[in-house]
Ligand binder design. Sequence first.
Ligand code: C2E
Ligand code: CA
Ligand code: CA
Ligand code: CA
Length: 280
Amino acid sequence: AKALGKARYCLFNKTMHQIAVSRLRLETDLRRALERQELRLHYQPLVSLKTGEITGFEALVRWEHPEQGLISPDQFIPVAEETGLINPIGWWVLREACLKLRIWQLTFPRKIPLTMSVNLSGKQFAQPGLIEQVDLILRETGCDRNSLKLELTESAIMDHSDANSILENLRALGVKLDIDDFGIGYSSLDRLYQFPINTLKIDKSFVSRLDAGGRNVEIVKAIVTLAHTLGMNVVGEGVESSYQLTQLQALNCEFAQGYFFSRPLDSKATEALLTSQPKW
Ligand code: C2E
Ligand code: CA
Ligand code: CA
Ligand code: CA
């Protein structure tokens, strides 16, 4: 038993060591990813449930690692947050998304101009100089600021004691503010009411459970009612079936996003999609 214990101990140690090494390599590689231009943006359409048309896109970052291929943000955003690399990465994402917004608004003119949604992490939200940096990127890229939507999670906002004044300052720049993954964090409804938020994005876990009916439908209904009472729009995230789409429509949700319409696409495929003018 003693020998076995020792063997287990070594195995455990080796695994921990491997994790530490690969984690360190990831960090070193991530540091170079920006200068080596390995980051990419993919775009997922946001669809109006009234018209069935694309109204905008959410920019989602990917990392084209020279050896490991395309790495999803869930695998490197947490490391980027721990190391502070989220700041340069986040600013790159914002700049790139603003440039695309400007080009696509010119190339694909609409009655209501296309929107672009960009994720801001909690670390970015808490960073001093945030307002100045966003303003600088808006001016340098010359994009239509009223069409830019910044997505923040409930925890990013609620964790911050001075959230309201930051949000007010962001809004004063002309951009829109959306709450991401709504329903899974802990929102103080009292504070939510005070915040200058335009849109609640219902977390995909609720949308996927719409199929089960019953209680799940009631929860989404309650979120939509809450949003509308507070003068906000609602996006249903992670729509994968026409049944979920119909349910969200029946519950008066304004927008939807999900694999049912399109997976996130690279820039070229997004342009092809816009050219084909799909209607759902
Ligand atoms: P998120 O902001 O909630 O983005 C939605 C995620 O759900 C995306 O994953 C998207 O591909 C996925 N998704 C969309 N439709 C469906 C669907 O119908 N079914 C399912 N199962 N999934 C769907 P992705 O691109 O892997 O991004 C994961 C998360 O990484 C994002 O979640 C966001 O929190 C973070 N992230 C992505 N890009 C950025 C960024 O530029 N900055 C920051 N701070 N975070 C980012
Ligand atoms: Ca998001
Ligand atoms: Ca989300
Ligand atoms: Ca998420």
